[in-house]
Every structure is written in C-alpha cells, then in structure tokens.
Design a protein around this ligand. Structure first.
Ligand code: ADP
Ligand code: MG
Length: 699
C-alpha cells in the first residue's frame, strides 16, 4: 500500500471491542458465555463480568483510554455520557487502573436533570444505566481525551424506562417472540430468533462555519428563522448526485475514516437535492445497533464538520424554500439463520411466509397509523410532514404494481395469476408466484416496499430512530401475534393462512396507495377512505394516549401505561421548549440585530432624501417603504413577545403545545414576513446576517 494510504480492512472496527477482539482476549469459556448472551439475549452471568471488564480495560488502555463511560440515550433525543477514570488509589499514594464487572454492567449517574415526564421525582432522582451487551463497547476520543464507551439502557430504580433505548430493546424481544410463533406455525422448525433490521439514510446540510457563527438562529435552533430566498435555489436540479466539491470530499473522507474505526459500515454518500445538502447511509444492522450507529453518526457529522470549517445542520428544515432533510428508515426482519422475512423468496412456501409477514405489516400500519405518525412528530419535523413537503402526514403503504395486484386478488379471494407468472396452490386457493425482483419505486410514499424491506420515510433527520422503530416493532408484533393465535389453533394451516391474508387484504386495502402522495387528489381520496391526516405535532400527540395504544404497548411488555403517559408528557414538553427557544431567538435577532440595522438604513435614506431635496423621488419612496416595514416588524416583535409569554405560562402540556401551535407560530411567521421583505431592500453592507445565497451557495 502506498505511503499514507489507509488500509480500510485493517482500519475498520479498530476502535471496537468486537467479536474478533473478544475471541482473542477472553478465555474460551467466558467468550462462549458472552457470545450466548449476545446472540440469544440472555442475562449476563455476573461471574464472568469481571473477566470481561478486565479484558476491556486492558484493551482500552492500550488504545490510549484513561476513562470509561456509560453511554445512554435519554428522552432528549441526544446521547448522554459521564466519564470516570480507571484510577484506583493504593496504600502507597500511587494508583492502579481498575475496572470491575459491576462497573461494566451497571452505572448510577446522578441523572435528576433528564426529562422523565414525572416518572421520577427529584427527591428519588436515582436512575441506573445497564450495559446493552448486544451493542459492542468502543473507544472514542474527544480531542486528546480517550474514553471507553459502554452502550447502555437507562431506567429508574422502579424499573421504568427513562430513555429511548429500553423500549426499543423490549420491542425487539416482542417482535422476535411473535415472529417465531408465526414461523413455527408455518412449519419453520429451525429459526430461533427474529431481529428487526435497520439501515438509516441520514440527510444533512453543511454550511460554512463563518456564516453559521453569525446566525443566532442556526446556533440556538438549528434552522434559519429569517431569510429571504436565494436567487438560485434547487430549480436547476444540478446538486442531486452532482460531483463532490473538494472541501466536501475531504470532509466525507474524514467522516468515513472516523465511522469505520467505530465499526459503522458507512457505505453510500452523495449530494442531495437542495444546495449544500448531502446524505450518508450505512449498511443495515440490527435495529438497536443501527440506532446507536445513527446517534454516533450524527455526533461525528457535527464534530468533523467543525474541523473542516463547516457547521453541520441536522434540522429537518434549516432553510425555507428548498428541500428539508429526512432519515429514511429502511426496516426489515431477519432470522438468526439468515432469512430476510421481507424477501419474497424462491419457493411457493417462502412466498406464503413472505406474504404473511407483509400482510401483518399492512394491518399494523393501518390499525396503528396515528401512533406511528406520532412517533415521528416533532416541532422540527412539522416543517416536512403536512407542510407540502415530502412525505405527507397521511400514512399509506406503497406495495408496487405486481405486489399490489396480488394484494387485490387476496382481497377479492380470486387469484388470477400475477403478471406473466404461474400459480401456486395454497389450500383451496392459489397464489401467483411472486417476482423476486420487485424494484419499482415510488419516491412519494411515506411507507414504501422496496423489494426486500420497507422504507419509512417520515422519520426526521435530527431524531433518534428509536421512537419510530419501537412503535413499528410493537405494532407488527401485535399483528403477528393475532395471526399466530389463529394458525396455532388451525388443523389446516395453509387454508387458514390464506383466509387470514384475504381478510387482512379486505380490511386494510384502504391504507395501500401506489399513486402520487404529494397530490391534492390524494389528500381528498385519503379523507374519503377515512385515513387520518394529522398535520401537526400536537394533533399527532393527542392520539397517543388511547385505549388501543396502551393495550398494545402493555401486552407486549414495551411500555406500561404509566411509562407511555410520562413519555408523551415529555414529548409535549420538548415540542414547547423547541418553539419557545425559536420564539426567543427570533426576538433576540429582531430586536438587537435586524431592527437596529434597518433603523440605521432608514436614517441614511432620510439623510439622502434631505440632501437631494425635491429631486430625490426614489430616496423618499424607499424611505417610506422601509419605515412602513420597520413599523410592521416592530409590531410583530411586540405581538410575538406577548404570545410567547402567554403560551409559556400555560400549565398543561397539551394546552401549552396547542397555544404554541396556534398562537405563537402564526405570529412568528408574520414577523418573518416583514423581516424578509426588509432583507430584500436594505443595503447589503448594513444587513447584519449572512444571506441564504451566501450560506447555500458559497463554499
Ligand atoms: P436508496 O436511496 O435507493 O433507498 P440507499 O442505498 O441509500 O438506497 O439505502 C438503502 C438502505 O437500506 C441501506 O442502509 C441498506 O443497507 C438498507 N437495507 C438493505 N436491506 C435491508 C434490510 N433487509 N433491512 C434493513 N435495511 C436494509
Ligand atoms: Mg432511500
């Protein structure tokens, strides 16, 4: 290899205590026990924890680590870490480096400041973190500080979930259990576990740091709260898949290098549709690991951007008028012996298994659409969903032409044979052989079948993937359990299965839509079909605390009624906090930067008008326009101040959210309108903020 060229195969995973390292460094029996724990989800045997911890510590110290931390994912949506060094004092005033099994398995952060939705009063503030041994530990540096990271779940001492990971892990168990039941009933005797898999495509913007640093809106809320459109936007479609700018290429190179070291299989990278917008996608993994990866990817994006003179924006809508960012959630289910359950397969029996899982998903998505919609709702994602952006707020399923044909045949109970395909006999009925290569795409669908997985496109770019996936896992587990209940009782499994599938197709065909999801006709049609269209976050959250949702979460051991209630409370809080910060940031910028600049400009215009006397028609007219807009903007400031304080003073979370939605956002929009109009006429040398054109187009 040439000098300075990285051997990716050597480098990949070099910061991870992965299977190869475990095998090499752990005694054989310890390795075997740990492997069993990881593969079969059993509890970790405490007697081996000390040995594992010691091996991890030695490995981490060789890598330069001085500290370890329990790394967890509180309800804030970001990650949390508290570092402890390995040092342990000795009698003679020196230290040794120690790390016990107890310290590996359990941590007790003083975590009273994390949102819990009232689950944990501050006087009993203790929560604990517990190692999720199915996600490997790794070392990571922050500047010169190197730390051993232990991926953890975070619970209260009463065992209430206080984080995003716990329900995800519980939902994976539920899904596995129900999926295995269905597989057994359909004659599979070998698969022991089923895991949900996730590949999350991450979209983001990169803006030159010098511009970003001058915008308090980007710093405080991750999006521009003011800004007139750039003369050139995305209309030329010259950015999507365009050649990479050198600065971006270098950024991506360092990003990949860091992610690969962490064992994250960063695979795809390209320019996205909007100017300054990009995407990165890893190869899929087990959903909890993929979620950890995504959190690390978002952090690494921000860090590496800083080092390359950029600010990375993960917000769903950093700039008005150009595309926003999503996190396409490619989701499937795989067995421990390598079967992708959403792969149509080669034999008629495989097809039946495939169709059964597919129908379970369709039923789940239709039945629990409001909760699925709520799982991706946030103040920032509202700028995409329900705002004439991709995808819409109405949840529907895209199956593709051929699969749709089969689905319709199931619904009518008459199989005619699919396009150019033979028929397979199943019980009394027959089904067409499924095409293996089902590659037709619909880019507008929020929940699209893409050949061997579903792509849930409503997840927001800045969100933890956890919420969407634990809901998805749980509702699919429920529909699988309903199917398993019937199949297990049946004497003629194939015929029963066929009946179940026909019934599902009949009952839930309303959620299947293969046309253009962005069209106004679809909105009308969806209404006719009775599909919910929850355009805003408060509307979506209002649907969470229903009898059905409590029941499905409790039945599968994912969240208790108390936990779901508390979690929803926290979601409302986060929504209000985000909007409160945006409103305050707007006021900060309008009062201290924008209005002073405009007033200065008006004074200049007044001077100019005076000095040119009666000849200065343009000066006078411009002065009038500017003064009028200044008055409108000032009135907007006053109105926003009032609306914000009023909303913020409301006690009940749902009423407060409603006030921010209905009373604060419209006033924010109005203030922005007058400020953006001012931006378009005020002298560029006076305007205090970098413009859209500068931020989006200049590298
Ligand atoms: P596109 O943009 O065409 O949708 P990408 O290649 O950008 O495709 O992303 C597709 C994602 O789907 C990748 O992360 C890929 O690993 C993932 N994926 C592929 N198969 C599965 C699967 N069985 N389960 C989950 N994710 C999958
Ligand atoms: Mg995609």
């Amino acid at each position: 290899m040439a000098d300075g060229v990285m051997d990716v195969t050597e480098h990949f995973g070099s910061s991870v205590f992965n299977d190869a390292v475990m095998r090499e460094r752990l005694p054989k029996n310890v390795y075997k026990t740990l492997r069993k724990t990881i593969d079969e989800g059993e509890e970790l045997d405490p007697t081996i924890a000390d040995v594992v911890a010691a091996a991890m510590k030695d490995w981490a110290i060789e890598k330069g680590a001085t500290h370890y931390c329990h790394w967890f994912q509180p309800m804030t949506g970001s990650t949390a870490e508290k570092h402890d060094s390995f040092i342990s004092p000795t009698q003679d005033g020196r230290v040794i480096m120690e790390f016990s099994g107890k310290e590996l398995i359990k941590g007790e952060p003083d975590a009273s400041s994390f949102p819990s939705g009232g689950l944990r009063a501050t006087f009993e503030a203790r929560g604990y973190t517990a190692w999720d041994c199915t996600s490997p530990v790794f070392v990571k540096n922050d500047g010169a500080n190197m730390t051993l990271f232990i991926p953890c779940a975070f619970c209260s001492y009463t065992d209430h979930a206080l984080d995003k990971k716990t329900p995800l892990l519980r939902s994976m168990e539920a899904l596995s259990k129900q999926a295995v039941r269905v597989l057994r009933a359909l004659g599979n005797t070998t698969s022991k576990r089923v895991t949900a898999t996730l590949g999350s495509e991450q979209e983001y913007f990169l803006i030159d740091r010098q511009f970003a640093d001058e915008r308090m809106d980007l710093i405080c809320s991750g999006r521009t709260l003011f800004g007139a459109p750039s003369p050139k936007g995305q209309e030329l479609e010259d950015q999507y898949f365009g050649s990479l700018h050198d600065r971006i290429g270098s950024f991506m190179n360092e990003l990949n290098t860091e992610l690969w070291a962490l064992g994250i299989s960063a695979k795809t990278q390209h320019n996205e549709v909007a100017p300054a917008q990009y995407e990165i996608a890893p190869i899929f993994a087990t959903v909890n690991v993929a979620t950890d990866w995504n959190q690390l990817t978002m952090e690494t994006l921000r860090d590496v951007a800083g080092r390359h003179g950029f600010m990375c924006l993960l917000h769903e809508k950093p700039f008005a008028g150009v595309n926003g960012s999503g996190k396409h959630n490619n989701w499937s289910m795989g067995t421990n012996d390598g079967i992708n359950l959403l792969d149509p397969g080669a034999t008629p029996h495989d097809n039946l298994v495939f169709l059964t899982f597919l129908c379970a998903i369709v039923r789940a998505v239709d039945t629990y659409a409001p909760m699925l919609r709520a799982s991706v709702a946030s103040a920032s994602n509202d700028h995409r969903l329900g705002a004439n952006e991709a995808p819409p707020a109405i949840i529907s399923v895209f199956l593709g032409e051929q699969l749709n044909e089969i689905f319709e045949q199931l619904a009518t109970g008459k199989a005619k044979g699919g396009k150019g395909a033979g028929c397979i006999k199943l019980g009394v009925n027959s089904l067409p052989v499924l095409p293996k290569d089902n590659t037709d795409r619909n880019r507008t669908s929020p929940f699209a079948f893409t050949g061997n997985r579903f792509e849930f496109r409503m997840v927001g770019s800045s969100m933890s993937p956890s919420g969407a996936n634990f809901v998805l896992n749980t509702i699919v587990a429920e529909c699988l359990s309903q199917i398993a209940d019937e199949l297990e009782k049946s004497k003629s499994v194939n015929a029963t299965c066929q009946d179940i599938l026909s019934k599902i197709a009949k009952d839930h065909k309303r959620v299947v839509f293969n046309g253009n999801n962005y069209s106004a006709e679809w909105e009308k049609e969806a209404k006719k079909r009775g599909l919910p269209n929850l355009k805003t976050t408060p509307e979506a959250y209002a649907m969470i605390l229903s009898k059905e949702n409590y029941a499905v979460m409790e039945k599968h051991g994912v969240l208790t009624k108390e936990e779901l209630t508390a979690r929803t409370e926290t979601l409302y809080e986060q929504y209000c906090l985000a909007l409160n910060i945006e409103a305050k940031t707007m006021l900060y910028m309008a009062k201290r930067q924008i209005l002073p600049a405009c007033i200065e400009y008006s004074a200049r215009l007044a001077d100019a008008a005076k000095s040119v006397g009666t000849a200065g028609k343009t000066q006078k007219e411009l002065l009038k326009t500017v003064c009028k807009l200044i008055d409108t903007a000032s009135a907007g400031v006053v109105a926003l101040e009032k609306a914000r304080i009023a909303a913020d003073g409301i006690d009940h979370a749902d009423k407060k959210a409603d006030a921010f939605l209905k009373k604060v956002i419209p006033v924010m929009n109005k203030l922005r309108e007058s400020v953006d109009a001012l931006e378009e006429i005020v002298d560029a040398s006076i305007w205090p903020l970098p413009t859209y054109a500068e931020m989006l187009l200049m590298r």
